[in-house]
Design a protein around this ligand. Sequence first.
Ligand code: CLR
Length: 264
Amino acid sequence: HDMMAIHPYNALEDPYNLYPHSLRSIEELCASIVRSHRETSQYRPEELQALKWKLFNREEMQAYQSKSVDEMWQHCAVRLTDAVQYVVEFAKHIPGFRMLSQNDQIALLKTGSMEVVLVRMSRFFNTENNTVFFDGKFAGAEVFKSLACGDLIEAVFHFAHGMCALKLTEQQIALFSALVLINADRPCLEDRGKVQRVQRNVELGLTHILHRDNQESLMPKLYQRMAVLRSLCSLHMEKLRWFSQRYPLTAHSLFPPLYKELFA
Ligand code: CLR
């Protein structure tokens, strides 16, 4: 008893794991999310840094610009689906995600996977010349001209620019991506309560990371970014509906099955 008075039980380090929401368990949650992000992010920051000035030349740009609308859509749908596949892999390793029902996992991915791709896009964006890593080199918005949805491309590039301005660390991007995905407000959830519990843990993780980095002021900015993401994704869906009406055959038979399953 005397010892306890001198050395009170350290709840923060929690050696006996008496507090389920102790710092230790939050740190473990953060570590798995960061690990999952790293393993599914395709390129490491230093690899992207090295590629930063590898740009498409004039002929290559013209080749993209002279593609037909449906050809370019199909090409981009394949690239996007590839990126979405990595996001699905990321989701599977967020602690708690696999405890959700199959229905709820799919509902979260349907609404969230494209949003996470756009968050991830900021890692692949060069703000000095407004280009994005696409097909092995950096491309400006004009490369996507033949998609015929300039407003969407412009909005997406603008969003990436704004995300880059926040200068998030890889750990912050990982936790933010997880929070974008695990959102109890999404439509068509069976067990909202369960999603809410997972969401609270991820929120605790993000708060913890920001507190540790002395950057709590980022929290309101990140919530604001989440609202912008929602509007970008509804614009994407709107464009996809427009395209499918115009080119039903391409949309039906040439789009990747996962792209159709999640977005159609
Ligand atoms: C996002 C981060 C991923 C790698 C990656 C792959 C494909 C890229 C995507 C990133 C960003 C957005 C992107 C996409 C291919 C086409 C798409 C450049 C870098 C643009 C915005 C066109 C969208 C067209 C749809 C309307 C079909 O880890």
